[in-house]
Design a protein around this ligand. Structure first.
Ligand code: GLU
Length: 310
């Protein structure tokens, strides 16, 4: 089987050093396994994502020497590669979930706006089941006449386990640790969890490497994969980079973003420094991503978050 990794950025701001760190490790993991890379643009959220960020992130990845074989700005047979253009595929998966009664309509309005983006810490989230899960068919029909509902996944009390390439053995009780989540907003925009599951499966992604803050999302995505009859990828959740004061880097704060980094460093200096931060030996001198492939090894990679003084 051909291994395939992916970059799945949300164009909601300029990439920062933390995004770059997980993209470099995703690229090294796929290339060290002799695999291909795909670039998918996660632009589900119409209010928070779009240009100029999409063009800038393509340019920043190229500047760094992180290439991809398929996807946005490269083409391929599993497109389209922007989530906004994949609604018909999400519709199909959503119908299956409805038939399986794995989702229920929900009329609560809190937090739905955030459902289309990945759940990063510090953002308020809709957690857990709500009263809507217990509504009778007749009550659901009466409410639907007044206002269209969002749809939430009904998480069972069930344990999902998997071996994470970086964090080791993981175990989550779906209802307790993950909770019900929005799969489709009331305005028809699909949620991050459903879209990512469908895309990783239909694009043939076999290796998902991303930040540690999405570890519990893997449990939700594995549950969706099973219901939808997909083959699951392996996951590797890498540490987050923290600012000197212990804060997680954020696009909104414009922390160490690629604009500032490109003014201060050469691309090989950045990739070499990030590799050392990850715990991997970097060959002496400046080294681009290609020179780093031979030293890539999951056993050496740090598990805990890393403070950077860059
Ligand atoms: N698009 C998400 C983000 O930029 C990442 C999703 C993923 O890797 O699964 O936060």
């Amino acid at each position: 089987m051909c291994e395939k990794g992916r970059f799945a950025p949300s164009p909601s701001g300029r990439m920062h050093l933390g995004n770059l760190f997980s993209f470099l490790l995703a690229w090294l993991d796929a290339r060290a396994a002799g695999g291909r890379m795909v670039l998918r643009i996660e632009d589900l959220d119409p209010e928070r994502t779009g240009e100029p960020w999409t063009s800038l992130l393509v340019e920043d990845l190229r500047w760094l020497g992180l290439d991809w074989d398929e996807g946005y700005a490269a083409g391929g047979t599993c497109g389209p590669y922007c989530q906004r253009e994949r609604t018909a595929l999400y519709d199909e998966a959503f119908q299956t979930l409805k038939e399986l009664e794995a989702v229920y309509p929900c009329w609560c309005s809190r937090h739905q706006r955030l459902a289309a983006s990945a759940p990063h810490p510090g953002e308020e989230r809709d957690r857990g089941a709500c009263a809507c899960r217990k509504l009778s068919r007749a009550e659901q029909e009466a409410r639907a006449m007044v206002r269209p509902p969002a749809w939430k996944a009904a998480m069972p009390h069930e344990t999902i386990s998997f071996d994470d390439l970086c964090q080791g053995r993981q175990q989550f009780d779906l209802a307790r640790d993950c909770g019900d989540f929005v799969v489709r907003r009331a305005d028809g925009v699909y949620g991050y969890q459903l879209a990512v599951t469908v895309d990783d499966a239909l694009m043939g992604v076999t290796r998902v490497v991303r930040g540690r803050d999405l570890l519990d999302s893997a449990a939700r995505q594995l549950w969706l994969m099973r219901l939808l009859g997909y083959c699951a990828p392996v996951y590797g959740h890498v540490p987050l980079l923290l600012a000197g004061d212990g804060r997680r880097l954020s696009k909104r704060e414009r922390d160490l973003d690629m604009g500032a980094l490109r003014e201060r460093y050469a691309p090989e200096t950045l990739t070499g420094t990030l590799t050392t931060l990850a715990g991997l030996p970097a060959p002496a001198g400046r080294c681009g991503p290609k020179e780093l492939i031979q030293n890539f090894c999951w056993d050496k990679i740090a598990k805990n978050d890393i403070v950077t003084e860059l």
